[in-house]
Write a protein that binds this ligand. Structure first.
Ligand code: NAP
Ligand code: MG
Length: 401
């Protein structure tokens, strides 16, 4: 008999190869075992285009209402994609839109398999990246300068007070400028979210900035972090959690020498870049899970990877693929477990944990997709195709339930 999930989960469908594995996961690993009411939103590029991207906003609103969402990877269109899919315009990144609406923090945690040694020998435990998901270059205004002239930053107070003007640069010839911002409230909730995550997982908290160069902008982040850590001081001490504030370049060096096991809080851009480095370091993007947490406790789970285009084109040609579905499965188990936790339904949480176990045992038994096969120790003689891996997990899951 299927396990009943009490309240709905917001499901956001996506694009290309990620969408193909998404449906395999639902059909083979979820539907046979779970009675789950999803609120379905098709964030596939065609439907976003048809709805003028309203579907993305609707999905974010639905997460606010129900508390838990799970998202498939989606195309963020560039000029080439606009042509490829004949789009009305270059729609914004759905992840960016959802992050802004939830004012959330993204935590990325690698899934560790015993037979996949990390690229960095010292790493033993997951390095979790906490990415501040608001502002900076992701909400910037930028301009190409095509004539000599002065670029300035101007702040005009709403109460009609005196304007503040700061020179950026006197251009002698063409160039480029950018203005970006962040808000104290968002930085504060980011710091709080990181502290809460570190407390929840009982791991140290690191934060890196470039405050030697950007004394005001980056310094602002550093000071707010220090304040929030100060407020949580007692709780952090009790849990034995250490806070380290580092220069971002020092943080990068220290992380590579460490055994892992910390939450590395990153400013938006650093988090974007470093999460891909850490993901690759732990084996494959296919092993990186991701969760967006809002300050008021709403959760959106996803795999960190994109739509895996190259595999999709092979799939379209009718060729077999070997795409890793682990992070997408963990997106679902994260959402299902969180739903069960919120609904107080332990059997739902238990199903999610069992499915995770089935995935890990399948992979550790040597059934691996190509991305992992290439780096596995002990070596395996052949790789599993996309569907073959999911089928093997389904078999194991049936035995475990
Ligand atoms: P990607 O889809 O993550 O793929 C990059 C490469 O990483 C793949 O070509 C593949 O390498 C490998 N890879 C990633 N996930 C894998 C998996 N599950 N199994 C096996 N190999 C995997 O990134 P991208 O090519 O930069 O972006 C493609 C599209 O995804 C873009 O349109 C982008 O906008 C979108 N995107 C969406 C999200 C999101 O929705 N969260 C995130 C990132 C990118 P090989 O080809 O060498 O096998
Ligand atoms: Mg990135």
């Amino acid at each position: 008999m299927a396990i009943k999930v009490k309240n709905p989960i917001v499901e956001m469908d996506g694009d290309e190869m990620a969408r193909i594995i998404w449906h395999m996961i639902k059909d083979k690993l979820l539907s046979p075992f779970l009675d789950i009411a999803v609120r379905y939103f098709d964030l596939g590029i065609k439907h976003r285009d048809e709805t003028e991207d309203k579907v993305t906003i609707d999905a974010a609103e639905a997460i606010k209402e129900t508390g838990v969402g799970v998202k498939c990877a989606t195309i963020t269109p560039n000029a080439a994609r606009v042509k490829e899919y004949n789009l009305k315009q270059q729609w914004k990144s759905p992840n960016g839109t959802i992050r802004s609406l939830l004012d959330g923090t993204v935590f990325r945690k690698p899934i560790i398999l015993q037979n996949i040694p990390p690229a960095v020998r010292a790493w033993r435990k997951p390095i979790v990246i906490g990415r501040h998901a608001y502002g900076d270059i992701y909400k910037c205004s930028e301009m190409v300068i095509d004539a000599p002239g002065r670029a300035e930053i101007v702040f005009s107070p709403s109460d009609g007070g005196e304007k503040k003007v700061l020179k950026i640069h006197d251009f002698k010839s063409s160039g480029v400028v950018m203005g970006m911002h962040n808000s104290e409230a968002s930085i504060r909730s980011f710091a709080k979210a990181c502290i809460n995550y570190a407390l929840g997982e009982k791991i140290d908290l690191w934060f890196g900035t470039k405050d030697t160069i950007s004394k005001i902008y980056h310094g602002f982040f550093r000071d707010i972090f220090a304040e929030e850590v100060g407020k949580a001081g007692e709780k952090l001490d009790e849990a034995g959690i250490k806070y380290r504030c580092l220069l971002i370049d020092d943080a990068v060096a220290q992380v590579l020498k460490s055994e892992g096991g910390m939450l590395w809080a990153c400013m938006n851009y650093d988090g974007d870049v470093m999460s891909d480095m850490v993901a690759t370091g732990f084996g494959s993007l296919g092993l990186m899970s991701s969760v967006l947490v809002s300050p008021d406790g709403k959760y959106e789970f996803e795999a960190a990877h994109g739509t895996i285009v190259r595999h999709y084109y092979e799939h379209l040609k009718g060729n077999p693929t070997s795409t890793n579905s682990i992070a997408s499965i963990f997106a679902w188990t994260g959402a299902i477990a969180k739903r069960g936790e919120m609904d107080n339904t332990p059997d739902v949480v238990n199903f999610a944990r069992t499915l995770e176990k089935a995935v890990i045992e399948t992979a550790e038994s040597g059934i691996l997709t190509k991305d992992l096969m290439l780096i596995a120790e002990p070596k395996v003689s052949r790789y599993a195709h996309t569907e073959e891996f999911i089928d093997a997990v389904a078999e194991r899951l049936k035995e475990m339930i």
